[in-house]
Design a binder for this molecule. Sequence first.
Ligand SMILES: Nc1nc2c(ncn2[C@@H]2O[C@H](COP(=O)(O)OP(=O)(O)OP(=O)(O)O)[C@@H](O)[C@H]2O)c(=O)[nH]1
Ligand SMILES: [Mg+2]
Length: 381
Amino acid sequence: MSKVNVVRRCFSCGAILQSGHPDQEGYIDKKILAEAPLEDILLCQSCYRDSKFNLTPVEAKVDPDFLTMLQDAQASDALIVYVVDLFSFECSFIKEVSALVSHLPMIVIANKRDLMPAEATDDGLKEYVAHRFRVAGVPLVHDDVFLMSLSSLSDTSTLAQAIEEKRRRHDVYIIGASGAGKSFFLSAYLRSYSNNSLRSIITATYPGTQLRVMQIPLDSSSSIYDTPGTGIENSLLGKGDALLQKALTPLEPLKARKYVLEKSQALFIGSLARIDLLECPAKRCEISTYFAKGVSLKKVISRHMDEEFKKSLEKKSLKPESDLVSSLLDMDVFDFPVSETNRRDIGIAGLGWISFEGKEQTIRLYVPKGIGVYGSRTKVK
Ligand SMILES: Nc1nc2c(ncn2[C@@H]2O[C@H](COP(=O)(O)OP(=O)(O)OP(=O)(O)O)[C@@H](O)[C@H]2O)c(=O)[nH]1
Ligand SMILES: [Mg+2]
């Protein structure tokens, strides 16, 4: 048989890659096309320039009105009560928001404690949350973090007292990503609230913006504001239909499902995501995975991983499946070269995370386009 050349396609747009015509579809630098190993993912120059690939994990967008409101909070030296969801933690961070609130007094409510695995400790979780805020530029300490399970009628009196002390008679803004638990907090807070002002609780448009906020008077001149949640369009919990949301939302404490991966092996996460162990100098990598029960996981050993993934999508064998992903072209790809040697997490916004000992691995993550990913120190020690 005569020689056959493999035709390579752009991973993002599918165009056949070529180096002869820079003005035509599928153009890529000659050297890259000639020298890139066959298993490497390649992008044509146009897709690469469009930043469709692997540049920075996506952050949620923020409504400019929200920033206007936070400027008010800043001007009045208000207390920020920042509600975060411990399960879907990553959506909480938006650079512009962190920048505006970083110098304000702050209390963080780390909600949905009930969903954390049995091995998670209160101290470990508080330290994790404080650390992640510090990395985002907000100087938070362990004692500013309150762990709560607000959907189970928690006692919020200690929290209410901390808010009262820390606000120094200034306004209070409850902020956080959509679905983090702000309204649940407010309901709990209102159970022991008494209105000592002459003003009523109102829901109104915040001055100078289109935002609808609930304003609860605290005294004659200050109030607490329940503000609209910031966007979670970079989270799987902000995408897809109700069935998908149901499958992804844990209803009970997460239980670690453990796997051992060797170099070039992969873990398929439902029909939504995939983790490949590209490099592993220590030969094997033990990982604990934390996903809702309804998310099927499958360890895959194959020389043709893309083919296997395609077959798995076609067979719809792994749950949940979603029309967000019908082929690899619907996915963003991120590589995590792990240089740290402590216990690490790599996670996918709204889906869950894996945890492992850092040992110079390189981990490749495939996620639906537009979904945020992160790597950090571990949440559960
Ligand atoms: N497991 C668990 N779920 C919770 C907890 N608190 C709230 N939820 C769930 O999280 C969802 C969102 O809670 P909300 O209080 O409405 O969230 P929010 O921050 O006000 O959301 P937006 O108003 O959209 O910004 C609800 O479906 C609750 O059932 C909790 O402590 N544990
Ligand atoms: Mg709400």
